[in-house]
Design a protein. Structure first.
Length: 259
């Protein structure tokens, strides 16, 4: 089949190392397990050596080693996807992704300053869980004929339709600003509740998307991401992002994420 690896990107990270993000086609029907490995080579043709552990059903990996490519030190990355039926390899990426070395280092410095700003101005650490949009399908709640989700409270897929509903956690600093409270009836019908909507700001090393789950570390509350926007970019590479989140009710499946 056509290579199912739709995207493999090297992103700046405010600390040592780099972040790798990838996306797999929803049309891949190979059975589980799916595993991933990041490989490194001194030339685009290899030889290749793994620098990551074997990763299972995730879309992000952070390299803790600061591998800077200089004038006399050039290297390349690629992603390897392995299933019980086949092995797939991404296109080769340069060490700075879509950026030049100077732009890459500039993006990292902007991120470093953003994190410092969050730490000193009442920011909080949060764990991001990315909602699955690809992967082996749930075998419990999907209609075998239509493929539609029949139980939004499914104990396996949490209503996402995928056997692994979320992957993470990915920890980073955010600053929050409450935007509004909306009064509504509690799910149990026992009274009124006011779910909180927040405006959030964070570095763009990993872009959040709608329906991802954020868990704040100070109080373990769960929030759904309603949408994000990249507000600082270098050559379309996100450096700083903002977004809106809504607090999940205590009875929501979001409180099962990460447990």
């Amino acid at each position: 089949m056509t290579n199912p690896i739709k995207r493999f990107t090297v992103l700046p990270d405010y600390s040592a190392g780099a972040s790798f993000v990838w996306e797999i086609s929803g049309g891949l029907q190979d059975p589980a397990p799916w595993t991933f490995t990041i490989e490194l080579a001194s030339g685009p043709g290899g030889p290749w050596a793994a620098i990551s552990p074997v990763l299972s059903l995730t879309s992000v990996w952070k390299d803790p080693v600061n591998r800077r490519a200089g004038k006399d030190d050039v290297f390349f990355y690629r992603l390897v996807l392995t299933t019980p039926q086949a092995t797939y390899r991404s296109e080769v990426s340069t060490p700075y992704g879509d950026l030049g070395r100077r732009e890459y280092l500039l993006a990292r410095d902007v991120m470093r300053r953003e994190v410092l700003h969050s730490k000193t101005l009442m920011g909080v650490q949060a764990d991001l869980w990315i909602v699955s949009t690809w992967g082996p399908k749930c075998t419990v709640c999907l209609d075998p004929i239509t493929g539609m989700i029949t139980n939004t409270d499914c104990p396996v897929c949490f209503g996402t339709g995928y056997a692994v509903p979320y992957n993470g956690p990915y920890t980073f600093w955010i600053t929050t600003t409450p935007t509004k409270h909306e009064t509504e009836m509690a799910q149990e019908g026992t009274g009124l509740r006011q779910p909180v909507n927040n405006q959030i700001r964070a570095i763009g090393a990993l872009m959040m998307k709608k329906n991802d789950v954020l868990i704040t570390r100070d109080d373990s509350k769960r929030y759904y991401v309603d949408g994000t926007e990249s507000i600082v970019e270098l050559r379309t590479v996100p450096v700083v992002q903002t977004g809106v989140t809504r607090e999940a009710p205590l009875t929501d499946v979001a409180y099962r994420v990460g447990r």
